[in-house]
Design a protein around this ligand. Structure first.
Ligand SMILES: C[S@@+](CC[C@H](N)C(=O)[O-])C[C@H]1O[C@@H](n2cnc3c(N)ncnc32)[C@H](O)[C@@H]1O
Length: 260
Protein backbone atom coordinates (compact mmCIF):
# COMPACT_ATOMS: atom_id res chain seq x y z
CA UNK A 1 0.00 0.00 0.00
CA UNK A 2 1.04 3.61 -0.50
CA UNK A 3 1.98 4.87 2.93
CA UNK A 4 0.74 7.97 4.72
CA UNK A 5 2.93 11.07 4.80
CA UNK A 6 4.59 11.15 8.27
CA UNK A 7 3.82 14.88 8.63
CA UNK A 8 0.10 14.19 8.23
CA UNK A 9 0.37 11.21 10.58
CA UNK A 10 1.64 13.68 13.22
CA UNK A 11 -1.70 15.52 12.95
CA UNK A 12 -3.84 12.38 13.18
CA UNK A 13 -4.34 12.37 16.96
CA UNK A 14 -5.36 16.04 17.04
CA UNK A 15 -7.84 15.47 14.24
CA UNK A 16 -9.13 12.19 15.70
CA UNK A 17 -9.08 12.45 19.49
CA UNK A 18 -10.50 9.44 21.25
CA UNK A 19 -13.96 9.99 22.71
CA UNK A 20 -17.06 7.88 23.16
CA UNK A 21 -15.71 5.40 20.60
CA UNK A 22 -12.62 4.62 22.68
CA UNK A 23 -14.78 4.45 25.84
CA UNK A 24 -16.94 1.85 24.08
CA UNK A 25 -13.98 -0.38 23.20
CA UNK A 26 -12.36 -0.01 26.64
CA UNK A 27 -15.63 -0.82 28.43
CA UNK A 28 -16.18 -3.84 26.19
CA UNK A 29 -12.66 -5.09 26.96
CA UNK A 30 -13.48 -4.92 30.68
CA UNK A 31 -16.91 -6.51 30.24
CA UNK A 32 -15.54 -9.55 28.41
CA UNK A 33 -12.62 -9.65 30.86
CA UNK A 34 -10.18 -9.57 27.96
CA UNK A 35 -6.72 -10.84 28.91
CA UNK A 36 -5.53 -10.80 25.31
CA UNK A 37 -6.51 -8.11 22.78
CA UNK A 38 -5.56 -7.52 19.14
CA UNK A 39 -6.07 -3.99 17.76
CA UNK A 40 -6.12 -4.48 13.98
CA UNK A 41 -5.45 -1.30 12.00
CA UNK A 42 -4.20 0.34 15.17
CA UNK A 43 -2.93 3.48 13.39
CA UNK A 44 -1.13 5.86 15.74
CA UNK A 45 -2.00 3.59 18.67
CA UNK A 46 -3.99 5.92 20.96
CA UNK A 47 -6.63 3.30 21.71
CA UNK A 48 -4.09 0.44 21.64
CA UNK A 49 -2.06 1.95 24.46
CA UNK A 50 -5.22 2.85 26.39
CA UNK A 51 -6.33 -0.79 26.23
CA UNK A 52 -3.08 -1.99 27.79
CA UNK A 53 -3.46 -2.98 31.44
CA UNK A 54 -1.73 -5.22 33.97
CA UNK A 55 -2.50 -8.92 33.36
CA UNK A 56 -3.46 -8.17 29.77
CA UNK A 57 -1.47 -8.53 26.54
CA UNK A 58 -2.22 -6.11 23.71
CA UNK A 59 -1.00 -6.43 20.13
CA UNK A 60 -1.26 -3.49 17.71
CA UNK A 61 -1.14 -4.34 14.00
CA UNK A 62 -1.05 -1.94 11.06
CA UNK A 63 0.23 -2.15 7.47
CA UNK A 64 1.32 1.51 7.49
CA UNK A 65 4.94 1.93 8.43
CA UNK A 66 4.52 5.65 9.17
CA UNK A 67 1.51 5.01 11.45
CA UNK A 68 3.34 2.25 13.28
CA UNK A 69 6.53 4.30 13.67
CA UNK A 70 4.45 7.01 15.35
CA UNK A 71 2.65 4.46 17.54
CA UNK A 72 5.90 2.86 18.68
CA UNK A 73 7.18 6.24 19.87
CA UNK A 74 4.14 7.27 21.91
CA UNK A 75 4.16 7.24 25.72
CA UNK A 76 3.11 3.81 26.98
CA UNK A 77 4.09 2.10 23.72
CA UNK A 78 6.25 -0.36 25.65
CA UNK A 79 3.06 -1.92 27.06
CA UNK A 80 2.05 -3.08 23.55
CA UNK A 81 3.54 -5.54 21.02
CA UNK A 82 3.53 -3.82 17.63
CA UNK A 83 3.41 -5.66 14.30
CA UNK A 84 3.75 -4.24 10.81
CA UNK A 85 1.26 -6.05 8.58
CA UNK A 86 -2.38 -6.92 8.13
CA UNK A 87 -4.73 -9.58 9.53
CA UNK A 88 -2.37 -12.28 8.22
CA UNK A 89 -0.05 -11.48 11.14
CA UNK A 90 -2.68 -12.26 13.82
CA UNK A 91 -1.90 -15.98 13.61
CA UNK A 92 -3.28 -18.24 16.34
CA UNK A 93 -3.41 -15.49 18.93
CA UNK A 94 -6.19 -17.11 21.04
CA UNK A 95 -7.34 -13.55 21.65
CA UNK A 96 -10.32 -12.74 23.85
CA UNK A 97 -11.06 -9.63 21.82
CA UNK A 98 -10.12 -8.20 18.42
CA UNK A 99 -11.00 -4.54 17.78
CA UNK A 100 -10.93 -2.44 14.63
CA UNK A 101 -11.57 1.21 15.51
CA UNK A 102 -11.66 4.44 13.51
CA UNK A 103 -13.50 2.79 10.60
CA UNK A 104 -10.49 0.55 9.91
CA UNK A 105 -12.93 -2.12 8.72
CA UNK A 106 -13.84 0.10 5.77
CA UNK A 107 -10.19 0.33 4.73
CA UNK A 108 -10.17 -3.43 4.14
CA UNK A 109 -11.62 -3.66 0.67
CA UNK A 110 -12.73 -6.46 -1.65
CA UNK A 111 -11.59 -10.02 -0.96
CA UNK A 112 -9.15 -8.71 1.68
CA UNK A 113 -12.21 -8.04 3.90
CA UNK A 114 -13.30 -11.69 3.77
CA UNK A 115 -9.71 -12.86 4.37
CA UNK A 116 -9.46 -10.50 7.35
CA UNK A 117 -12.66 -11.89 8.93
CA UNK A 118 -11.36 -15.44 8.47
CA UNK A 119 -7.97 -14.47 10.00
CA UNK A 120 -9.71 -12.75 12.93
CA UNK A 121 -11.96 -15.76 13.53
CA UNK A 122 -8.90 -18.03 13.64
CA UNK A 123 -7.11 -15.58 15.94
CA UNK A 124 -9.91 -15.52 18.53
CA UNK A 125 -10.35 -18.13 21.21
CA UNK A 126 -13.73 -19.94 21.12
CA UNK A 127 -16.19 -17.51 22.76
CA UNK A 128 -13.98 -14.49 21.91
CA UNK A 129 -15.38 -11.27 20.43
CA UNK A 130 -14.71 -9.03 17.46
CA UNK A 131 -15.84 -5.38 17.70
CA UNK A 132 -15.71 -2.68 15.04
CA UNK A 133 -17.68 0.14 13.49
CA UNK A 134 -18.49 1.13 9.93
CA UNK A 135 -20.30 4.08 8.40
CA UNK A 136 -23.83 3.16 7.35
CA UNK A 137 -24.13 3.37 3.56
CA UNK A 138 -27.75 4.54 3.91
CA UNK A 139 -26.42 7.86 5.30
CA UNK A 140 -24.41 8.35 2.05
CA UNK A 141 -21.69 10.28 3.89
CA UNK A 142 -19.40 10.27 0.84
CA UNK A 143 -21.75 12.74 -0.84
CA UNK A 144 -20.33 15.37 1.55
CA UNK A 145 -16.72 14.65 0.57
CA UNK A 146 -16.55 17.46 -1.98
CA UNK A 147 -14.03 20.28 -2.29
CA UNK A 148 -16.69 22.84 -1.28
CA UNK A 149 -17.88 20.98 1.80
CA UNK A 150 -14.48 19.90 3.13
CA UNK A 151 -12.14 22.78 2.21
CA UNK A 152 -10.29 24.13 5.24
CA UNK A 153 -7.26 26.25 6.06
CA UNK A 154 -5.50 25.98 9.41
CA UNK A 155 -2.25 26.31 11.28
CA UNK A 156 -0.88 22.99 12.48
CA UNK A 157 2.14 21.59 14.29
CA UNK A 158 3.78 20.90 10.91
CA UNK A 159 2.90 24.18 9.18
CA UNK A 160 0.03 25.98 7.47
CA UNK A 161 -2.29 23.47 5.89
CA UNK A 162 -4.95 23.81 3.22
CA UNK A 163 -6.88 20.58 2.74
CA UNK A 164 -9.93 19.12 1.08
CA UNK A 165 -11.38 15.80 -0.05
CA UNK A 166 -12.70 14.81 -3.43
CA UNK A 167 -14.51 11.58 -4.29
CA UNK A 168 -13.15 10.15 -7.53
CA UNK A 169 -15.44 7.16 -7.98
CA UNK A 170 -18.36 5.34 -6.37
CA UNK A 171 -18.44 1.71 -7.40
CA UNK A 172 -21.52 -0.45 -7.75
CA UNK A 173 -20.34 -2.67 -4.91
CA UNK A 174 -20.04 0.28 -2.53
CA UNK A 175 -16.32 1.04 -2.86
CA UNK A 176 -15.79 4.80 -2.63
CA UNK A 177 -12.44 6.09 -3.89
CA UNK A 178 -11.38 9.55 -2.85
CA UNK A 179 -8.38 11.83 -2.90
CA UNK A 180 -7.16 13.88 0.00
CA UNK A 181 -5.46 17.09 -1.15
CA UNK A 182 -3.05 18.79 1.25
CA UNK A 183 -1.09 21.96 0.59
CA UNK A 184 1.46 22.21 3.39
CA UNK A 185 3.64 25.25 3.94
CA UNK A 186 6.28 24.14 6.45
CA UNK A 187 7.64 26.71 8.93
CA UNK A 188 10.22 28.94 7.19
CA UNK A 189 9.04 27.94 3.70
CA UNK A 190 7.37 30.38 1.31
CA UNK A 191 5.58 28.02 -1.05
CA UNK A 192 3.36 25.07 -0.17
CA UNK A 193 4.22 21.48 -0.94
CA UNK A 194 1.40 19.39 -2.37
CA UNK A 195 0.74 16.09 -0.63
CA UNK A 196 -1.88 14.00 -2.37
CA UNK A 197 -3.17 10.76 -0.87
CA UNK A 198 -5.59 8.27 -2.42
CA UNK A 199 -7.79 5.86 -0.50
CA UNK A 200 -10.73 3.56 -1.07
CA UNK A 201 -13.33 2.85 1.59
CA UNK A 202 -15.78 -0.03 1.32
CA UNK A 203 -19.39 0.76 2.26
CA UNK A 204 -21.39 -2.34 3.18
CA UNK A 205 -24.86 -2.43 4.72
CA UNK A 206 -25.87 -4.20 7.93
CA UNK A 207 -27.22 -7.26 6.08
CA UNK A 208 -24.05 -7.64 4.00
CA UNK A 209 -21.78 -7.28 7.03
CA UNK A 210 -23.87 -9.78 9.00
CA UNK A 211 -23.68 -12.25 6.11
CA UNK A 212 -19.90 -11.69 5.84
CA UNK A 213 -19.51 -12.42 9.56
CA UNK A 214 -21.65 -15.54 9.23
CA UNK A 215 -19.59 -16.77 6.28
CA UNK A 216 -16.45 -16.38 8.41
CA UNK A 217 -17.99 -18.58 11.14
CA UNK A 218 -19.38 -16.02 13.61
CA UNK A 219 -22.82 -17.04 14.86
CA UNK A 220 -23.86 -14.22 17.15
CA UNK A 221 -23.83 -10.58 16.03
CA UNK A 222 -25.12 -7.49 17.84
CA UNK A 223 -25.37 -4.09 16.17
CA UNK A 224 -25.89 -0.64 17.67
CA UNK A 225 -26.39 2.79 16.12
CA UNK A 226 -24.28 4.77 18.59
CA UNK A 227 -21.38 4.50 21.03
CA UNK A 228 -23.75 4.44 24.02
CA UNK A 229 -25.40 1.32 22.54
CA UNK A 230 -28.27 3.26 21.07
CA UNK A 231 -30.60 1.15 18.92
CA UNK A 232 -29.77 1.14 15.24
CA UNK A 233 -32.18 2.88 12.90
CA UNK A 234 -32.16 2.46 9.13
CA UNK A 235 -30.40 5.81 8.73
CA UNK A 236 -28.07 5.74 11.77
CA UNK A 237 -24.79 7.15 10.43
CA UNK A 238 -22.84 4.54 12.39
CA UNK A 239 -23.11 0.77 12.66
CA UNK A 240 -21.26 -0.69 15.63
CA UNK A 241 -20.84 -4.46 15.67
CA UNK A 242 -19.90 -7.08 18.22
CA UNK A 243 -19.59 -10.59 16.81
CA UNK A 244 -18.74 -13.69 18.82
CA UNK A 245 -16.89 -16.79 17.79
CA UNK A 246 -19.00 -19.72 19.01
CA UNK A 247 -17.74 -21.74 21.95
CA UNK A 248 -17.92 -24.94 19.91
CA UNK A 249 -16.32 -25.32 16.50
CA UNK A 250 -19.67 -26.22 14.99
CA UNK A 251 -20.80 -23.75 12.34
CA UNK A 252 -24.38 -22.51 12.60
CA UNK A 253 -26.65 -19.84 11.23
CA UNK A 254 -25.60 -16.29 12.03
CA UNK A 255 -28.03 -14.60 14.40
CA UNK A 256 -28.22 -10.78 14.26
CA UNK A 257 -29.56 -8.95 17.32
CA UNK A 258 -30.37 -5.26 16.91
CA UNK A 259 -31.29 -4.20 20.47
CA UNK A 260 -34.17 -1.73 20.38
C1 LIG B 1 -8.61 5.69 9.97
S1 LIG B 1 -7.24 4.76 10.53
C2 LIG B 1 -7.80 4.19 12.13
C3 LIG B 1 -6.65 4.02 13.09
C4 LIG B 1 -7.01 3.65 14.52
N1 LIG B 1 -7.63 2.35 14.60
C5 LIG B 1 -7.91 4.68 15.15
O1 LIG B 1 -8.92 4.33 15.76
O2 LIG B 1 -7.59 5.87 15.10
C6 LIG B 1 -7.35 3.31 9.54
C7 LIG B 1 -6.16 2.42 9.70
O3 LIG B 1 -6.39 1.20 8.98
C8 LIG B 1 -5.14 0.78 8.48
N2 LIG B 1 -5.35 -0.20 7.40
C9 LIG B 1 -5.45 0.02 6.08
N3 LIG B 1 -5.60 -1.14 5.41
C10 LIG B 1 -5.59 -2.12 6.35
C11 LIG B 1 -5.67 -3.55 6.30
N4 LIG B 1 -5.83 -4.19 5.15
N5 LIG B 1 -5.60 -4.23 7.45
C12 LIG B 1 -5.46 -3.59 8.63
N6 LIG B 1 -5.37 -2.24 8.74
C13 LIG B 1 -5.44 -1.52 7.63
C14 LIG B 1 -4.47 2.07 8.04
O4 LIG B 1 -3.08 1.93 7.87
C15 LIG B 1 -4.86 3.00 9.16
O5 LIG B 1 -3.90 3.06 10.17
Amino acid sequence: MADYDPRLVRLYDTDNPGGADHDFFRTLADEVDARSIVDLGCGTGVLTVALAAPERTVVGIDPSSSMLTFARARPGAERVSWRLGDSGTIGGAEADLVVMSGNTAQHIVGMAWHRALADIYRGLRPGGSLAFERRNPTAREWEHWTRDKTYSTRQTAVGDLVEWFEVTSVGETGDVAFTSHNLLTAPGEQAPETITEHATLAFRGIDEVTADLGAAGFTSVEAWGGWHREPMAATSPLMIFQARRPESGIRGTVNLRVPG
